[in-house]
Design a protein around this ligand. Structure first.
Ligand code: NAP
Length: 498
């Protein structure tokens, strides 16, 4: 089980609140770093310290990599049914503690409790999916002219892989990387976001409780500057699965060697097209759910809405009415539609983009920092809606990663597609229409890794491939589903004679 030390810190009411210190897990041991731990704060109430975490050093990271390297030979030969059983037991553990972990996730990054619980249950499903699917990943047999020869391929694990993840889906993103890595026989170094380390800790704890041998999954927290190079640059790291900003992903890609495989899932500027035949209430609903339910902090979140001229005014009016009715508050309180932004840095960035939007477009609604009762110690902003947005504007081009909707008027389907594709990103895109011809064309015309028709830009299945085009992804290997396994294996071709 986990090994935590408990200290006290002043609570908002002046009393002493218990603060747990959480450790790294390296080579099967829960261990401290030599450095001073850092605090993980609740974005809904920054006087609430969710936990203290190890500010790991490069030496800690090197030990984690060394432990993963030492564990590899035995783990890759461990029978696959035993590897699958460990994944299933980790899933059972996550499931059993889903309520606790969901509350902790809401406390550390702000999403509504029901969304946090959904995420954990989806992660349970991911672990169980890979426990089964991983057991049927096979090679191929090739017909040939020689009756005395068999030609076939073997898939084998790569070795040590690094998993680096963001704060917005702090259990499901690591789960969909770690589970396929482990079932295929790789060993892992896992670094969660410094802004949501507790959720990642609980995932590592689930694997430890499930009986994963020492060194197979190593968990280290700490800043990217110190830990990052040590878990990405050494040639012994055979693969890096990273999800985060395009800037960080591109930096990592440039700094790693030729023999290190990379899978980078990065930023987005996701469009939703509203055609003139659309059910407008549905279009509004999809915009709000896709753009605001995580306070706009989903990589696949709707940030540009391209609306046909004929329905633009009506759509905008209905959207504003719906957004005005949203309940904004602490995700632990039942019935909240939108929580705080996840970090002080997020708050600053989002407010900066809102100020830019007010200068370059028509400000229709919201975008204020919320203060007063219930909001005084949190990073709350009301959703912002801008109209008359054009292609060259900053708010139409840059990823904001916050509750900001840019409405862009379009004159035809062709105009909508041209504008939707006029971006450096290509993660997710949606259209709302009743026209089957347009549905068909949209799937072909849009430059996006995920295409949604009459659905939100957000959300993806655990058993279907996920990833972006253009600067949203390295476009090497997709995550999720069966394709998620391929990234973690290499192919050997065998020519066997008698
Ligand atoms: P981020 O700042 O890029 O950080 C992501 C993770 O990478 C964190 O664990 C961070 O560590 C680490 N990191 C940053 N620079 C690194 C480096 N040079 N070497 C090694 N590790 C490094 O992103 P974020 O703010 O957490 O997440 C928001 C971004 O993620 C958005 O751009 C969003 O679009 C993207 N995202 C993409 C997807 C997708 O599937 N495409 C899904 C979710 C989020 P620290 O926390 O210690 O800095």
């Amino acid at each position: 089980m986990s090994d935590v030390a408990v200290q006290t810190a002043p609570a908002s009411d002046g009393s002493a609140a218990k603060v747990e210190t959480f450790r790294n897990r390296i080579d099967g041991e829960w261990c401290h770093s030599a450095s001073r731990p850092f605090d993980n704060l609740n974005p809904a109430d920054t006087s609430d310290i969710v936990g203290r975490f190890q500010a790991s050093t490069a030496e800690d990271a090197e030990r984690a990599v060394g432990a993963a390297q030492a564990a590899f030979e035995v783990w890759k030969k461990t029978p696959i049914s035993r590897r699958a059983a460990i994944l299933n037991r980790a899933a059972d553990h996550l499931d059993a503690y889903a309520d606790r972990t969901a509350r902790e996730m809401t406390r550390e990054m702000g999403k509504a409790l029901n969304l946090a619980k959904d995420e954990i249950l989806r992660s349970v499903q991911t672990l169980r999916f890979y426990a089964v699917e991983g057991q049927s990943l096979t090679g191929e047999v090739f017909p040939n002219d020689d009756p005395d020869m068999t030609v076939y391929t073997l898939r084998e694990p790569l070795g040590v892989v690094s998993v680096i993840t963001p704060w917005n889906f702090p259990v499901s993103i690591p789960a969909r990387k770690i589970a396929p890595a482990l079932i295929t026989g790789n060993t892992v170094v896992f670094k969660p976001s410094s802004d949501a380390p507790l959720s990642g800790y609980r995932l590592a704890e689930a694997f430890a409780t499930a009986g994963l041998p020492k060194g197979v999954l190593n968990f280290i927290t700490g800043g990217a500057g110190e830990v990052g190079p040590a878990i990405t640059e050494p040639p012994v790291i055979r693969a890096i699965s990273f999800t985060g900003s395009t800037a960080a992903g591109e930096h990592i890609c440039r700094s790693v060697g030729f023999t290190t495989r990379t899978q980078m899932e990065l930023g987005g500027k996701n469009p939703l097209i509203v055609m003139d035949d659309a059910d407008l209430d549905k279009a509004v609903d999809l915009t709000v759910k896709g753009g605001l339910s995580l306070a706009g902090q989903a990589c696949t979140g709707t940030s540009r809405v391209l609306v046909m001229k004929q329905v633009r005014a009506e759509f905008t009016e209905r959207l504003v009415a719906k957004v005005k009715a949203l309940k904004i508050g602490n995700g632990l309180t039942a019935g909240m539609d939108m929580g705080p932004l996840a970090t002080a840095k997020q708050l600053e960035t989002v407010l900066r983009y809102i100020a830019i939007g007010k200068q370059e477009a028509t400000h229709v609604y919201g975008g204020e920092r919320l203060t007063g009762a219930g909001y005084e110690r949190g990073y709350y902003v009301s959703p912002a809606i801008f109209a008359d947005v054009s292609q060259e504007m900053t708010i139409a081009r840059e990823e904001i990663f916050g509750p900001v909707i840019a409405i862009i008027e379009v004159s035809s389907y062709a105009d909508a597609i041209a504008k939707a594709n006029d971006t450096e990103y290509g993660l997710s895109a949606a259209i709302v229409t009743r026209n089957p011809r347009i549905m068909h064309d949209f799937a072909n015309d849009i430059q996006s890794g995920t295409v949604k028709i009459n659905r939100t830009t957000t959300g993806n299945l655990v058993n279907a491939p996920f990833g972006g085009l253009k600067r949203s992804s390295t476009s090497t290997f997709r995550e999720s589903g069966r394709t998620g396994l391929e990234f973690y294996t290499q192919i050997k071709t065998i020519y066997r004679g008698c």
